[in-house]
Design a protein around this ligand. Structure first.
Ligand code: G3P
Ligand code: CA
Length: 376
C-alpha cells in the first residue's frame, strides 16, 4: 500500500450521513425503548440467499429487506478498478468459462500460499469483465437462484456506492457499506494495491468521514494498521476459526487467528481497529458432532477491550448451522434460524453478517420484543 497516496486524503462533506446515534466507534442502532442496542444486520454479499452474490440485484434486494449495511468484497481488475467479487478467481461466480475469447486466460496462480486454477480479475480489464455475467455460487444448495444466472454484471465498487446512495434516498434512511479488502498482500505483489482506490472511492462519494456509515474489514492485519492512519471510518479485524492472517504468515510471524482473540490479542487489535468480525464458531463453538458447547469469552473480552463483535455467516440452511438448530435431516432445508440468531444475540454480538437479511431483521425484531418483555 502506498501510504503517501492515502495520506493525501481530504475530508469532504455531504453524502450519506449516519444518524447521530450511529456515529463514532459503535454503529449499533439503539433500540427505541429497550435499553439495549439493536445488533446490526449486514447483508453478506447482498441478499445472497436469493440472488447471485455481489450483484447490484443482490445488494438492492438486501436493502429492500431492511439490511443496515451491504457488504461488498473487493478485488482489482487489470486496470486497477475495484469490483465486487469474493475471490479474484471468478469461475465459480461468473460465466467466464463459457467465453471462448477468454479461454487462454485460464491459468494457475499461487494466492495466499495456495495454488488456484481458473480466471482471475487482475487479468481482465473492466471492459472485459463487464462482458461476463454473474452466476449462483451454490447451485446445489440454492437451485432457485440459478434462474438469475446470466442476468447481472460484475459491479464496480463505485456502482455499489451509487446504488446504496440511491436506495438510501428511496428508503428514507441511510444504508451503510461494509467493504472488505480481499487478498491485500497478493494484490500488492502484482502492483494492484487495493487500499488507494478504496479510499479514493470513499472520498469520491464523500464517505471518508467519522459519521459516514462505513466499516472497512480485512482478514489481514497490516493493511488495517496502515488504513488506521489514513481513514476516518471504523475498521474491522476479521478473525477466522482456524489459520492465520496471510500477511503475518508471509512475514514469518507465528501468530494465528486464535492468538488474535486472546485477551492480549484483542487489546492489540483495539490499537488499530474498532470491531472484530468473527467466524461464528469462535463465539459459540461446536463439538465434534456439530452441537454447541459453552460460549467462549471472546465477546466479553472484546467488549472489555473496547471492540464490537460482528459474526459471520448467518445462513438459513441447516448445513450452515449448529446441529441444535436443524429442522429435519436435509442439509439444504431451512433450519431454525430464529433460534440461531437469538443464541448469538444472547451471546452479546453487536452485528450479524447474513445471507438472508429478511430473516435477520425478523429475528432481531423478535429478540428485541423478548428483551422488552423481560425488561417489563
Ligand atoms: O467479511 C465477513 C465475512 O464475509 C467473511 O467471510 O469469506 O464470506 O468474506 P467471507
Ligand atoms: Ca466478506
Amino acid at each position: 500500500m502506498a501510504a503517501s497516496v492515502l495520506a493525501s486524503s481530504v475530508t469532504l462533506t455531504g453524502g450519506l450521513t449516519a444518524p447521530a446515534s450511529a456515529a463514532g466507534t459503535s454503529q449499533a442502532v439503539p433500540a427505541a425503548d429497550a435499553g439495549v442496542d439493536e445488533p446490526l444486520v449486514i447483508a453478506h454479499r447482498g441478499a445472497s440467499g436469493y440472488r447471485p452474490e455481489h450483484t447490484l440485484a443482490a445488494y438492492k434486494l438486501a436493502i429492500q429487506m431492511g439490511a443496515d449495511y451491504v457488504e461488498p468484497d473487493l478485488v482489482s481488475t487489470k486496470d486497477g478498478v475495484l469490483v465486487a467479487r469474493h475471490e479474484n478467481e471468478i469461475s465459480g461466480t461468473t460465466d467466464v468459462a463459457d467465453h471462448p475469447e477468454f479461454a487462454d486466460r485460464r491459468t494457475t496462480k499461487v494466492v495466499d500460499g495456495h495454488e488456484v486454477t481458473g480466471w482471475f480479475t487482475e487479468d481482465f480489464t473492466l471492459a472485459e469483465l463487464k462482458t461476463l455475467r454473474a452466476e449462483e455460487r451454490l447451485p446445489d444448495v440454492r437451485p432457485g437462484n440459478t434462474r438469475y444466472d446470466g442476468r447481472y454484471q460484475v459491479p464496480t465498487f463505485d456502482e455499489v456506492l451509487d446504488l446504496v446512495a440511491r436506495e438510501s434516498r428511496r428508503r428514507g434512511e441511510v444504508v451503510g457499506v461494509y467493504p472488505e479488502t480481499k487478498h491485500p498482500t497478493y494484490f500488492d505483489s502484482v502492483g494492484l494495491s487495493l487500499e488507494e482506490p478504496l479510499v479514493e472511492a470513499l472520498q469520491r462519494h464523500h464517505l471518508n468521514r467519522p459519521n459516514a456509515r462505513v466499516y472497512i474489514q480485512s482478514f489481514e492485519t497490516g493493511n488495517l494498521r496502515e488504513l488506521a492512519d489514513t481513514v476516518r471510518v471504523p475498521l474491522v479485524q476479521l478473525v477466522d476459526a482456524t489459520g492465520a492472517p496471510y500477511d503475518l504468515q508471509a512475514a514469518g510471524d507465528p501468530r494465528t487467528y486464535a492468538d488474535l482473540v486472546t485477551r492480549e490479542g484483542l487489546r492489540e487489535i483495539a490499537t488499530y481497529a474498532d470491531s472484530v468480525g468473527a467466524n461464528k464458531d469462535i463465539v459459540l463453538p461446536r463439538d465434534a458432532e456439530g452441537y454447541l458447547t459453552l460460549p467462549s469469552s471472546v465477546v466479553d473480552d472484546a467488549h472489555d477491550a473496547g471492540l464490537d463483535v460482528h459474526v459471520w455467516t448467518m445462513r438459513d440452511e441447516n448445513r450452515f448451522m449448529a446441529r441444535d438448530f436443524w429442522i429435519g435431516t436435509d442439509p439444504n432445508a431451512k433450519g431454525d434460524a430464529f433460534a440461531e440468531y437469538a443464541a448469538f444475540f444472547d451471546a452479546g454480538v453487536d452485528g450479524v453478517f447474513s445471507d438472508y437479511s429478511d430473516t435477520a431483521v425478523a429475528a432481531r425484531e423478535a429478540w428485541l420484543a423478548e428483551q422488552r418483555a423481560l425488561a417489563g
